[in-house]
Ligand binder design. Sequence first.
Ligand SMILES: Cc1cc2nc3c(=O)[nH]c(=O)nc-3n(C[C@H](O)[C@H](O)[C@H](O)COP(=O)(O)OP(=O)(O)OC[C@H]3O[C@@H](n4cnc5c(N)ncnc54)[C@H](O)[C@@H]3O)c2cc1C
Length: 356
Amino acid sequence: MDQSLPPFYYQARIMFRFSNSLVNATRGTGRMSVMRNARSAVQARQYSVPTKSAQSSNTALYLSLGGAAGLGLWYAMGGMNGDLRSKLSEVRADDGEFALNKDEFRSFKLKEIQPYNHDSSVYVFELPDNKKSGLTVCSCLVVRGAGDEPKDDNGKPVIRPYTPINPPDSRGELELLIKHYPQGKMTQYLKDLKVGDELKLKGPNPKFPYKANEFNEIGLIAGGAGVTPIWQLVQEISSNPEDKTKVTILYANKSKEDILLAEKWSQIEKDSRFKIVHFLDNAPSGWSGETGYISKEAVQKYLPSTDLGEKVKVFVCGPPGQMKAISGPKKSMTDQGPLVGALADAGYSAEQVYKF
Ligand SMILES: Cc1cc2nc3c(=O)[nH]c(=O)nc-3n(C[C@H](O)[C@H](O)[C@H](O)COP(=O)(O)OP(=O)(O)OC[C@H]3O[C@@H](n4cnc5c(N)ncnc54)[C@H](O)[C@@H]3O)c2cc1C
């Protein structure tokens, strides 16, 4: 606590946060740096062949009443001076409403579309008033169309999760790196969007509450566009020099052209905490990474020892076929389902694995 500030400052801060959440809870509607440089969905892949090694509300009420009493007393004593007023406005700027809301879809304007490679693009959305998105590590958001939105076979709106690739504390912009699938309901809809169009976003949807140094070692397994939640975690660790976690990333793609965030991975490799191994189905000649799918043998070769117990965690995010072969699918958004596949065969326990 900053001793130069009166206790009422902190009460006011709590009061401000509480009133903010009240405003959020009662509001019906709302509004809404680019990564300049990022397989056919219907093509089924088999992921299990071995690798060819190439190689509460009451508490809030009491706090608010206490805060109100403190504020009243404080005003009776003369209110705030200029210094304190500017400190409070800093608090407002920092703690103010985030652009996204976890309970309601808000519309956001598409500011820029940057083609990334043959089937992926970065969609840059404007966050009004230079706000932060409100996402945390690890969390994602969900997307639905605005206006003439895509519907599923039962006539219900199509809603899909995506993970922004710019840091969660970025202001004013939110970047989604999205791979288009020829038969994809959402991604084909997104492909037709133009700059200036709107899309509805809702979040954050919390995934795993990452804490620096909670684990000694982390393994990250990604396939194709499943790399974005992995990237969110990598960004978080790499931006924190105090985080000593060792991270090994196994990233699988069809061909070299499909590797997303390639330029980021070559930067990350310069940091001794990170090791990245790329796997390609179709490797070009002279390829120095692995060829084939991520198998039990690859897991045993590269990922941290299962003997680390609760000090090791492996995170997995990939297309359905890869999830099935590596860890088994999630049962639902809240049920991770049993651990099967390459990770289970390599000796990992369900507690040591998190499926995005
Ligand atoms: C936590 C989380 C974060 C995600 N973040 C991103 C992200 O940042 N960027 C991104 O591009 N995607 C991301 N995804 C995937 C995304 O949510 C959609 O699944 C994807 O965009 C396809 O949606 P669609 O409606 O176009 O395809 P659908 O209509 O759902 O599917 C069309 C066809 O494609 C197949 N298919 C669906 N998804 C895949 C896939 N991933 N790989 C191969 N085949 C597939 C289906 O089996 C079907 O045959 C994320 C998924 C999760 C769970």
